[in-house]
Design a protein around this ligand. Structure first.
Ligand code: PAF
Length: 312
């Protein structure tokens, strides 16, 4: 397994693989790998001749505090990657990914400039930074400004910008993303079509632990009691995702919120951040229960924000 830090070496590695007639599957991650990532890597392994894992904690999609506190476990990640038969791990630095941004502060400043004022329907780019600059992708308002983006209009611009750059650096045949992050995957799918990359974007169904909680790097931040709470929230979501088609969404959501609010939280603080039921492609909120639909809850346990998605 090769560990590659530079974009130029990464491009050269892929072009050698493709010259040999091989396909390359990319699994983009921010590290701190868990079973959900292993599932993505297994799928990429099964469908491609070569597998690249990228590990990059992207400052453009976090506030500074969350960026600095994001869990990082490079040694463990490399062992997991090796065990999954990964051929190359791409671990670029912030300078390598964003050579036109002269400081981390400049990256966080971009977020402050990313207002709600944007095209509602079309992807656009702003040219930012020094030395000729780079494209900062602005995600259409109808996708970016709801759900997780409602309070942070810059978040999905940061995700889209880095994934576009990773696509350019790795130039894979296929890229794998988990459906757990339903808004992220809908946005990246739309961006990939807009860019016409020719990369096949593969959406992989959610993987859950035995207690029904979907895998997330933030789970390592929970203690046993908090984790039990996450299991109960997941249980409520599962219960309400089984409701028959034809009912009113407003009632489904009220029932789910009541179910979560009735959880005995002991000494933990459990807050609901948002609950929605949306179309999986347009992310438009639905009025009536139908299939396919995505029931989504974002919630906070003692300051740790988590999310669960269930397909109806
Ligand atoms: O889902 C993630 O881990 C990140 O948002 C991604 C897609 C790797 C971009 O930084």
């Amino acid at each position: 397994m090769e560990v590659i830090e530079s974009a130029a070496q990464m491009r050269a590695w892929t072009s050698r693989a493709v010259d040999d007639g091989g396909s390359v599957g990319l699994v983009p991650t921010m590290g701190c790998l868990h079973d959900g990532h292993v599932h993505l890597l297994d799928r990429a392994r099964a469908e491609n001749d070569r597998v690249v894992l990228s590990l990059f904690v992207n400052p453009l999609q976090f506030r500074r505090n969350a960026y600095e506190n994001y869990p990082r476990r490079l040694e463990d990640d490399l062992k997991i990657a090796e065990g999954c038969g990964v051929d190359a791990v791409f671990v670029p630095s912030v300078e390598e990914v964003y050579p036109c941004m002269d400081s981390l502060a400049g990256i966080f400043d971009l977020q402050d400039g990313a207002s709600r004022d944007r095209d509602p329907d079309v992807f656009t780019v702003d040219r930012v930074g020094v030395d000729g600059g780079m494209d900062y992708v602005r995600v259409p308002g109808r996708l970016a400004l709801k759900m997780d983006g409602a309070e942070h209009p810059w978040h999905f611009d940061g995700v889209a910008t880095v994934v576009r750059l990773l696509f350019e650096m790795v130039t894979p045949s296929r890229a794998y993303f988990g459906q757990k992050d339903i808004q992220q995957v809908a946005i990246l799918d739309a961006m990939n079509r807009w860019l016409g990359t020719g990369i096949e974007l593969v959406q992989v169904p959610v993987v859950r632990a035995d207690d029904g909680v979907s895998w997330s790097s933030r789970l390592v931040l929970l203690d046993e009691t908090q984790r039990a709470m996450a299991g109960r929230v997941a249980g409520q979501l599962e219960r309400f995702a089984r409701k028959p088609e034809g009912g009113r969404i407003i009632e489904l959501i009220a029932g789910l919120m009541e179910g979560v609010e009735s959880i005995d939280t002991g000494s933990c603080v459990l807050e609901i951040d948002s609950v929605v039921c949306v179309d999986p492609v347009t992310l438009e909120p639905l009025e009536w229960v139908k299939s396919p639909a995505m029931l989504y809850i974002a919630y906070i346990i003692d300051g740790v924000r988590l999310a669960e998605t269930r397909r109806i």
